[in-house]
Design a binder for this molecule. Structure first.
Ligand SMILES: [Zn+2]
Length: 649
């Protein structure tokens, strides 16, 4: 996920600009063009896009190779661009004629040897003084004169010459590994060394530390801001996209695979990325690129069709752009992903008025702290919420406080001070982490990093789902806190595990609490001072799920949505154009590393809090009967194949 992404840990929110990206439904195709594609049949590409009903194409414009006859010094057209042809210009004209927006892609991170020979000071320098060369291209430095000066001339030419709808930037900011995964280290060019010495009074370190990461992030932000200003000045209606959050109009991410990545796969990748972007940076367009290839070494080998399809449904179910990415043109050597994408693009186009300006309607918030991305603790809670069919929003920041109401907030690693205000104002908070919150819930005595013990259930009445178990597996960090666990959940410390004659013969109970509940102001907090989410992510034990269910029921008794759906049905709840949407995605086709056709499911009953009088299932193309059940409106979805969207009024 992060291989060409700069993670922004505490991004400040800037007022988002309004443009086509947040008022129109977006069906986004990215082609990572090769330099040979400069000679492609542009009419054919645009026809293929129109035929699949894409309405945005992100494609090569300039940087490493220009796809038009550039005249700026140190910027070179692809050697394959036929003389007298303007490939990019032809695409813009023809695409606009067919209602397709064009976002130009630049990669300014590398360029040709001729530039290096003329201006070696613009380039990345390894600790030994040598440049970074990959397939004949020289890496530029984010702090050097190419990025800071020459690139602006290159971009100005493109922006002045073409009526582009936006620009996108790849590889923003001094990667320390190359495409083959080789470590190249940190840049030691004169610009970097001077700036770093001025800031920190010492030389650039051997390996990136916190100061260095901050330094590099600041450098990338400065360039990002300068490019943003240039785009606003030259093409005020154009959008700005890169992998950074500041100054941009979209939050870019990728759902991708890599062969060496540890298993299991994360089948909620697109939901995670889009949900997080939409609710952390409202007003910006979440674009989670649906990468068709398996890994960099095999750009022409496609992941399973159903994986592509699943990401697409997750894109739209969470309010993001529908996306599909390929390398080269759409005349592919492995056409499976493309063939899977086409009917979904067409269906979404046929129903496009549902997919513009979507907002999350969830009343539960999963707070995603700085270390949450990809962490077991975060993913475990993400899965528990999804499998329990609790609609939830993910936010990386506290900007929602005072702006948006939540009935329940869940923190898995980071429980900032601002949550105290939320609770005292009547909110309910679950902290599932050994890391103490930044405000007083109870006194934390000490954290033991690795406890291989149990949690004893002392009160089954409090946790009805745990009727058949008295002990929960505990593995990992545990924080001893003040209080008495003898009436709810308590710690059972490690005891003998062998030989069988000795197993747990010395097991002893303690009154050390494994749960703390407090009322604060008008709200309440439950703190599980151990890693419930991480344990569930790794082992999927029903005992941990049962505890989660019980705790959530206590904090949040009146759920927004209740359903008999299978745990492998993902449900999201959105607002769009004055209507309420329930999205259902069938994940039953996923097992181990496989993605197959999902098993059709039937008679899915959903009760939604509130009074609705009309419901229509768009994929099934039928009206559904709405029945009031107390304060809930009930619908029954007769069949769920891959995806269903129920619109309620
Ligand atoms: Zn440098």
């Amino acid at each position: 996920m992060t291989r060409c992404v700069i993670l922004l840990l505490a991004a400040s929110l800037l007022p988002a600009q309004t443009g086509w990206w947040n008022t129109e439904p977006i069906r986004w195709v990215q082609t990572n063009l090769r330099e040979v594609d400069a000679a492609m049949d542009t009419h054919r590409l645009v026809s293929q896009l129109a035929e699949m009903r894409a309405n945005v194409v992100l494609m090569g414009m300039g940087g490493i190779s220009a796809y038009y006859p550039t005249r700026v010094e140190f910027h070179y057209p692809s050697p394959y661009l036929p003389a007298g042809h303007d490939m990019f210009g032809e695409v813009v004209t023809e695409a606009h004629g067919r209602g397709i927006r064009v976002v130009g892609r630049y990669d300014l991170s590398k360029t040709q040897k001729a530039v290096y020979d003329a201006h070696p000071e613009w380039f990345f320098r390894k600790a030994d003084g040598n440049p970074v060369i990959y397939n004949g291209l020289y890496s530029t430095c984010i702090n050097g004169g190419y990025y800071r000066g020459q690139a602006m001339k290159i971009l100005a030419e493109g922006l002045e010459r073409y009526d582009v709808d936006g620009l996108f930037f790849n590889m923003f900011g001094n990667q320390s590994t190359d495409y083959s995964g080789a470590y190249v280290g940190l840049c030691h060019c004169d610009s970097c060394r001077t700036a770093y010495r001025k800031l920190y009074g010492r030389e650039i370190p051997e390996r990136a530390d916190d100061d260095y990461r901050k330094f590099l992030l600041t450098s990338a932000r400065e360039v990002s801001e300068a490019i943003g200003k240039l785009i606003r000045e030259k093409r005020p209606k154009a959008g700005y996209f890169n992998y950074m959050q500041e100054y941009t109009d979209g939050i870019m991410s990728e759902s991708n695979t890599a062969v060496r990545r540890p298993l299991p796969l994360w089948p909620y990748s697109a939901s995670d990325n889009v949900n997080r972007a939409l609710n952390s940076q409202p007003g910006k367009l979440p674009v989670d690129l649906n990468m068709q290839f398996v890994d960099f070494w095999w750009r022409f080998a496609t992941v399973p069709r159903q994986e592509i399809a699943l990401r697409m449904w997750q894109n739209i179910a969470n309010g993001g752009a529908l996306t599909f990415e390929v390398n080269g043109t759409l005349d592919l050597q492995d056409r499976q992903a493309y063939e899977a994408a086409k009917p979904i693009f067409r269906w979404v186009a046929a129903n496009e008025k549902q997919f513009a300006g979507m907002r999350s309607a969830a009343r539960v918030l999963l707070l995603a702290g700085p270390s949450s991305r990809g962490s077991d603790a975060y993913r475990g809670i993400f899965r528990l919420l999804t499998e329990e069919h609790i609609p939830f929003a993910v936010s990386e920041n506290m900007e929602w406080l005072g702006q948006r109401q939540f009935d329940l907030v869940i923190a898995t690693d980071w429980a900032p001070r601002g949550l105290q205000q939320y609770v005292e104002g009547g909110g309910h908070l679950l902290i599932a982490s050994a890391r103490p919150p930044e405000f007083a819930v109870t006194r934390a005595i000490a954290t033991t990093p690795d406890v291989k013990g149990y949690v004893r259930v002392r009160d089954h009445g409090q946790f009805p789902s745990l009727a058949d178990t008295d002990l929960l597996l505990l593995d990992g960090p545990f924080t001893m806190v003040e209080g008495d666990g003898a009436k709810s959940l308590s710690l059972v410390p490690p005891s003998m595990i062998g030989p069988p004659e000795k197993v747990h013969v010395d097991m002893r109970d303690t009154s050390t609490p494994a749960i703390v509940s407090r009322n604060m102001g008008r709200g309440s907090v439950v703190w599980l001072p151990w890693e419930l989410g991480a344990l569930y992510y790794r082992h999927s034990l029903p005992a941990h799920a049962g505890l989660f269910h019980g705790v959530v029921d206590g904090l949040y008794p009146q759920r927004q949505l209740k359903t008999n759906a299978h745990p492998l049905v993902e449900v999201t709840l959105m607002r769009q154009g004055g209507q309420t949407q329930i999205h259902l995605i069938n994940l039953s086709g996923h097992s181990q590393t496989g993605y197959f056709s999902p098993v059709p499911m039937h008679e899915i009953r959903v009760e939604l809090l509130g009074g609705f009088h009309k419901a229509r299932a768009l994929r099934g193309a039928m009206d559904l009967k709405v029945q009031m059940r107390g304060i809930y409106s009930e619908i029954v979805v007769p069949e769920l194949r891959d995806y269903e969207l129920v619109v309620l009024n």
